[in-house]
Write a protein that binds this ligand. Structure first.
Ligand code: HEM
Ligand code: HEM
Length: 230
């Protein structure tokens, strides 16, 4: 089989991935402070919307973005892990079996974290709900650590920079395995929606205009309260 650089990850999958990384990191870094609560909530909503998009894209997206292309049972995961230990790792053009489990866990935990955050924000429960939200977030952080370790180990064993592939979309494979179109239109729509949300053109439930929010965060003081009521 003639191996060359072929397009594997379409543009919306890549944009989704890096926006999810940014919003998850943003939500985590702002989680503990009252002052940054609005930013925390904005990051959390962004993650939730991104994951909703990914669920849809998993059915209508290109070949390797479709869930059907990375549905592996425990036997396949075991065989893949054994192949890593044997020093002759199975090569997968799309997601490998072990990686696919981490991805499903991240999507599920992201949905649970963000929706429990929404419930905390809306005061639907007491302190127990805050604990649940925090526990989901911390479990997700642990899976992110496993995921990133898997990416590093996989990159070393396959001698292929997988993180760079998630940026450029290109991996090695046979020409007939390539996807045909990067679907830039869907990536552009996703980015436009994110910009509209962060500039306040799409309102966030429970928060007032984005400009006011950001000013309030920047000045975090008495007169910010005054702007609030303007
Ligand atoms: C908050 C942190 C992160 C989250 C929530 C996350 C989540 C995900 C998800 C959901 C996918 C599946 C992509 C798809 O098919 O839509 C994925 C794949 C991937 N991620 Fe991440 N990720 C994170 C951090 C990172 C980092 C820091 C790197 C780079 C070092 C990375 C590299 C990759 C790569 C290379 C893939 C493709 C895996 C493969 O080759 O099968 N991720 N990630
Ligand atoms: C991926 C997304 C999210 C992550 C990683 C995350 C993470 C966290 C963490 C770790 C805490 C605990 C902070 C502490 O130590 O007290 C927290 C608190 C909180 N989060 Fe989130 N969160 C996310 C999404 C959301 C969303 C979507 C909302 C609202 C719509 C939200 C609302 C809140 C609120 C109101 C608190 C404060 C709870 C309290 O008073 O203790 N979060 N979040």
């Amino acid at each position: 089989m003639q191996e060359q650089k072929i397009l594997v990850w379409d543009a919306p999958t890549r944009v989704f991935h890096w926006l999810l990384v940014a919003s998850f990191a943003g939500a985590f870094l702002t989680a503990e402070s009252e002052r940054y609560r609005d930013i925390h909530v904005l990051c959390g909503y962004t993650a939730l919307a991104l994951l909703a998009f990914r669920l849809l894209w998993g059915f209508v997206g290109s070949r390797y973005a479709r869930f059907a292309s990375f549905r592996y049972g425990p036997a396949r995961v075991g065989a893949y892990l054994r192949s890593l230990l044997s020093g002759r790792p199975e090569h997968h053009v799309g997601h490998n079996p072990a990686g696919s489990w981490a991805i499903y866990a991240l999507i599920l935990l992201g949905l649970l974290t963000a929706s429990s955050g929404y419930a905390v924000f809306g005061d639907w429960g007491g302190e127990w709900l805050e604990e649940v939200h925090e526990a989901f977030a911390n479990t997700m952080l642990a899976v992110v650590a496993v995921h990133v370790t898997g990416v590093v180990v996989g990159s070393l064993l396959h001698r292929e920079n997988l993180a760079r592939a998630m940026v450029t979309g290109y991996k090695s494979g046979a020409p007939e395995q390539a996807i045909r179109r990067p679907a830039w239109w869907a990536a552009a729509l996703l980015l436009a929606a994110a910009v509209a949300f962060w500039t306040g053109a799409i309102p966030a439930p429970g928060l007032d205009g984005a400009a006011v929010r950001l000013e309030r965060t920047a000045s975090h003081g008495q007169h910010a309260q005054k702007w609030d009521t303007d």
